[in-house]
Write a protein that binds this ligand. Structure first.
Ligand SMILES: *Cc1c(COP(=O)(O)O)cnc(C)c1O
Length: 373
């Protein structure tokens, strides 16, 4: 039986053509002309003035946090349930992530719990839109205005998504994207920081490139890293970006297909289709096991693998990361909803190249597995 991978990207547009152009012209490094074009087009797509392309989405977060001047002892509020890139971008600079529990309906952080976490050391809120639904941005914007905080918006899973008609990626002082192959737009590896602030954009460009001093090369006032993005990546990105609307529509259709065929199954909590502020774009199609099941997501993953179907568990919570336990961070902290998501959530094949026959088999297998449980 054919194995159905959890993700396969769709690369049948102009990717090959633009890549050949790179090779024919010899422009393959970060100095190539596609990089600037991709930065300009991607940032314009979400209504931002500046885009700085970097090596991946994690790098985008690292550059964003460093560009904002966040450092030793500063606190950044973020969800307990997210990818570790968010926390690592903060802890690597000696700053402290302050965690917030998740909403079991949207899987995003509970905005009502943020205000109680603010201290005199709080510098920013890292907003992470997860699995296809945006965070309640009106709540966030009211809080940051009241307390004069910065917003770092992680829009890695949100290409083309809007909150009340305004693009995700347009809400942060700095917003970030990832172009990993399981995102709606991919460049293999890749990421971008977008902002409307010229000075911040300039800081990001500096941090992307080892903080070379402008006046004398090979002289550095600050530590950063090499986060550069190549012309080859930009070539793929430009071709992908041409199809953003089509990709979002396709993901939404896939989401509807799965929901239509799984919604009668008791005990499976499916992604919400929409709220009054957004319609789900299904970064991936996530499923949550209801409380009646004693098994966890790892068991489901194993059962699906036996049927040759790829799946992934949800993210593991920040306060339960062994690396942060060792550092005695988040001691005695619990976030029950985030812990529930981490143990009971999994996602099924939902890449853009997935065919209807493959989806049909995924549905059949899931129905069989849960029937037998
Ligand atoms: C994928 C992802 C990242 C990290 O992006 P990489 O390109 O894999 O480094 C960061 N945040 C979120 C929410 C993501 O989904």
């Amino acid at each position: 039986m054919e194995f159905i991978p959890v993700n396969e990207p769709l690369l049948d547009g102009n990717e090959k053509k633009y890549l050949c152009e790179c090779i024919d012209t010899g422009w393959i490094s970060s100095e190539g002309p596609f990089v600037k074009e991709f930065e300009q087009k991607m940032s314009a797509t979400v209504g931002r003035k500046y885009g700085v392309a970097v090596s991946n989405g994690t790098a985008a977060l690292e550059v964003a946090v460093q560009a904002l001047g966040i450092g030793e002892g500063d606190e950044v509020i973020m969800p307990a349930f997210t990818i570790i890139s968010c926390a690592m971008a903060v802890t690597r600079l000696g700053a402290v992530p302050v965690l917030v529990d998740s909403d079991l309906h949207t899987w995003n952080m509970i905005t009502e719990e943020i205000e109680a976490k603010i201290t005199s050391r709080t510098k920013a809120i890292m907003v992470v839109h997860l699995y296809g639904m945006p965070v309640e941005m009106d709540d966030i914007l009211a809080i940051v205005k009241k307390y004069d905080l910065k917003v770092i918006e992680d829009a890695a899973e949100m290409h083309g998504q809007t909150y009340k008609g305004k693009f995700c990626g347009s809400f942060g002082d700095i917003s970030t994207f990832s172009f990993y192959p399981n995102k709606h737009i991919t460049t293999g590896e890749g990421g971008m920081v977008v902002t409307d602030n010229e000075e911040l954009a300039e800081r990001c460009r500096l941090i992307r490139n080892l903080c070379f001093r402008k006046d004398i090369r090979y002289v550095h006032d600050e530590i950063s890293d090499n986060y550069r993005f190549t012309n080859l990546q930009a070539a793929v990105g430009l071709a992908q970006l041409e199809r953003l609307d089509e990709f979002v529509a396709r993901k939404r259709a896939m989401g509807k297909y799965y929901t239509e065929r799984l919604k009668d199954m008791s005990g499976l909590i499916l992604p919400i289709e929409k709220t009054d502020y957004a319609e789900n774009i299904y970064w991936v199609y996530g499923i949550l096991l209801g409380r009646q099941f004693e098994i966890d997501n790892k068991t489901i993953q194993k059962l699906l693998a036996e049927e040759r179907i790829g799946s992934r568990t949800f993210f593991w919570c920040m306060h339960e990361q062994p690396v942060y336990r060792k550092q005695r961070l988040f001691r005695n902290e619990t976030y029950p909803n985030a812990e529930y998501l981490a143990r009971k959530g999994f996602y099924i094949p939902s890449g853009l190249a997935l065919s209807e026959e493959q989806m049909e088999r995924v549905v059949t297998v899931i129905r069989k597995i849960f029937h037998n449980l």
